[in-house]
Design a binder for this molecule. Sequence first.
Ligand code: DUC
Ligand code: ZN
Ligand code: ZN
Length: 497
Amino acid sequence: MSTCKPACLPLIHKTNFQAGRLQVAASALELVIRNARVATASDTFVADIGIAGGRIVQLGMNLAAGSREIDAAGRVVTPGGVDAHCHFDQPMAPPLRMADDFDSGTRAAACGGTTTVIPFAAQEKGQSLRAAVDDYHGRAEGKAHVDYAFHLIVSDPTPKVLEEELPALIAEGYTSFKIYMTYEDLKLDDGQILDVLSVAREYGAMAMVHAENADCIEWLTKRLEAAGRTAPRFHAHARPLLVEREATHRAITLAELVDVPVLIVHVSGREAVEQIRWARSRGLKVYAETCPQYLFLTAADLGLDDNYQGAKCVCSPPPRDKANQQVIWDGLNDGLFTLFSSDHAPFRYDAPEGKKPAGEEVSFRHIPNGIPGVETRMPLLYSEGVLAGRMTLNRFVELTATNPAKAYGLHPRKGTIAIGSDADLVIWGEREFVLRNADLHHAVDYTPYEGQTLRAWPAITLIGGTVVWDGEFHPRRGRGRFLRCGKPSLAPHGARG
Ligand code: DUC
Ligand code: ZN
Ligand code: ZN
């Protein structure tokens, strides 16, 4: 593991007070962050932040001395990021294996300013949902450096799952679940989707939908393969915008039928955006998430020829074009999108368990879908959104921290800077540097953003008032806590919620 110091500055010092004065001055405050330019989703103001017991206990000017102090004069301080869509150590069919487990995945998160993650406990067909959750806890416990909650992935909605397991798990704090409209081993048919949405409605949970039409993808894939078009770039040809549009429309319609909010995840471009705008104009509670790859990558990154390197950017839905990037920027700014998540789905490029399954350069159909991004999500949007003048600082906070915490029932403990909130904070450093995978902390052997110039990186990340990143990573393996989610604020309280 490397340590990178893109914005490391000597901000931390111990206060020079005498033992006698300590009782008064530092009885309450273990840490004071001085003169911070505090940014929340709604306000930006200069204040000292007083921290005790892992929480923010005071906000104001000229706070009493803390046992430790950080001088943040001139620095922006935001809530630690909440990455509400990432995949760590999710079981895969052999030979595939995700590169990041909860150790390396949450290490990367912390170094990039994300202090809470919500990955997925995925049910295999034939498996009980409870068994999937128990298995996933085993993968996280003792490893996580940051706090974490779980979404569920429902791939086999049997009567037992719908009537017993889902209601019980929702009551225990697993209040969101993802359903897939594509992938043979995960997809649900429309009737099954209606069943799962009905449970979401009844118990006040949030359903997240991967919206791509499976039959269209399969039909296109077969035709491309028959024509010998199997290079990574044909992944985008097999999943054009209309494939996402149709499924988005269908997901909206199914949710309308059940009368329940729905969240469309990883929206990639104009056609799905148009469906979501149309639904909103009709008063439907349709929410949307997008991800860095739809702002910073295009289909050209899948390769302009048959070079296999394009496999590094194979994810679903695929990246689109420059015009669609602008559509996504517009949606981030005008409120269409509620969430900005990484969809970190980490596979090594040069590895038989990764992008070259069993060591082979395979047809795009068999390239594992997903790219790394948990560490770069916040710095990319801060650099190219806030500092490039495309987005306000407050909207940045809302999209990367506050809304994900609210959407999944973790607010106000997470996602804001307020009295009583966990002292999960990012003190930003602003200077230009070139992003290199060698400086990142995930276990993936590449970043899709290699060579990109960034203008900012967290100078310091704090979790519960403890410095976990200050240009060096300070491990807290196993001290990341499991969080039970409350009811998502975007979903109505279900009849039985
Ligand atoms: N969907 C995801 O949510 N993540 C990775 C790949 C995919 O298809
Ligand atoms: Zn998905
Ligand atoms: Zn995902």
